[in-house]
Design a protein around this ligand. Sequence first.
Ligand code: PHE
Length: 453
Amino acid sequence: MKNNRVKKRDGFSSKFGVIAAAAGSAIGLGNIWRFPYVLGNNGGAAFLIIYLIAIVGIGIPVMLSEFSIGRMTQRNAFGAFKQLKPKSAWYLVGIMGILAAFLIMSFYSTVAGWTMEYLYQAITHQFQGQDTVSLDLHFKEFIASGTMPVIWQMIFILLTSLIVVMGIKNGIEKSTKILMPMLFVIIIILVIRSITLTGAGQGLRFLFTPDFSKITPMVILEAIGQAFFSLSIGMGVLITYGSYIQKDDNLIKSAVFISLSDTLIALLSGIAIFPAVFAFGIEPNSGPGLVFITLPNLFNQMPAGYIFSIFFFILLLIAALTSSISLLEVVVAFVTEQFHWKRKPVAFVLSFVFIITGLLSTLSLGSWSHIKVFGLNFFDLFDWTSANLLLPLGGLLIVIFTGWVLNRKALQKEILNGEEKRQWLFNVFMFSVKYISPVILFIMFLFGLGLFS
Ligand code: PHE
C-alpha cells in the first residue's frame, strides 16, 4: 500500500489487544442495562430466541464484513468505502455511522451517568433499608432532577475523551483484558443470589419459556436492533477497529469469540435480573429504569452486598467506557485521517459537541420532557432510532457491499488469511451476506419505517 499515513496509525501492542478492545466495545451498557429492559418490554423468552438467531445469522456475518473491510483498507469507516469504491456514494455508510455515533453517545452517556450516581449511592450506603417502591421513586426523581445527571454525564464524556487522547493501545487494551473477566465473575455471583430468591422461578420462566404468540414484526425488529446495538455493528466501529487487526489474526475466530462473549454476558445479566424482578414485584416492562431499580434491591438481599454493589458499578462503568471510547474513536479516526488534524484537539472539541448533544437526552427526562418527536422524548427517540433503524440500515448496506460489490477473491483472502482450508466457512458466510442477511434486514427495515404493518 503506497500510503505512508498507514504507518503512523495508532496500533495495539499485543495480538489479543485489538480483539480485546472490540470485545470491550461490544460488552457494555447494552448487555446489562439495555438487553434486560428491551427484553422485558417485548415479552421475554420469545424475544430471546429471535435475539439469539439474529446474533448468529446476521450479527456474526456483519461483524466479519466490518472486520474485513477495515483490515483490507486500513482506514476509518468513511475512508474505507472511499478507498474501495472511490467514485460512488458508498462513503455515505461511513457518514451514517458518524451520525449514529452522535445519537448513541447522547443517551449512552446519560445512562453511564446514572451508573456513576449509583456507584456514589452504593459507596454512601444509600440503598440500605429501601424497598422496591422507594427505589423506584428515587430513580425517577433522580433522572428528572437535571443538575446531577448532567454533571455525571459531562464527567463521563470527558473521561472518554481523555482515554481516546491517550491513544488506542494505552487506553483500551489493559482495561478490557483484566476487568471484563472480573465483570463476568461478579455477574455470576449476582445470578446465584437472584435464582435462589423465593419466587425466582417466575423470572426464569419469563426468560426461558417462550410464548410464540408474542412474536410480532416489532418484536423481531427490536431483537435485531438489540443484537446490532450489543455487538457494536452497523456503524463502522468494527471497521475502524478492524483496521488495527494484524494481518495474521484469524477474523472468523475473533468475530465468533466476541459475539459469544457478548451474548454470554447479556444472557447472564438476564438471568441475574429477571428472577429478582419477579421476586421483588417489579414490572418487567418498566423501561430503561429496570436494572437500576432491581439491582439495589438484590444487593440489599446479599451477604457483603455493600462490597459487591461498589465493585459491580465500578466494573459496569468501565464496561461503559470501553464502549463509549469506540463511539468517539469512530469520529476521531474519521476526522484525524480525512482532515489530517491532530488527535488531541479533535478529541477535545468532539467531547464538547458530545456534551451538547448529550444534554438533549438527559434533559428530555426532566425539564424538557414536554418536547416530543413522533411521540417520544429525545432519550427514547435516539435510543429507538439508532438501534432499530440506523444500525440495521448500516448493516444492510454493509452486507450488500460485502456480498455484491467487494471483490470476492480479495474478500476470501482477507477472511481466510490467504489459506486454502475452511473454504466451506467462507461459502456459508458469502451465502449469508449475499442473500439471508440482506433480505431479512430489508424486510425488517420496511417494518421499522412503518411501510408494512
Ligand atoms: N455495544 C455497546 C454496548 O453493548 C454499545 C455500542 C453500540 C457501542 C454501538 C458502539 C457502537 O454497550
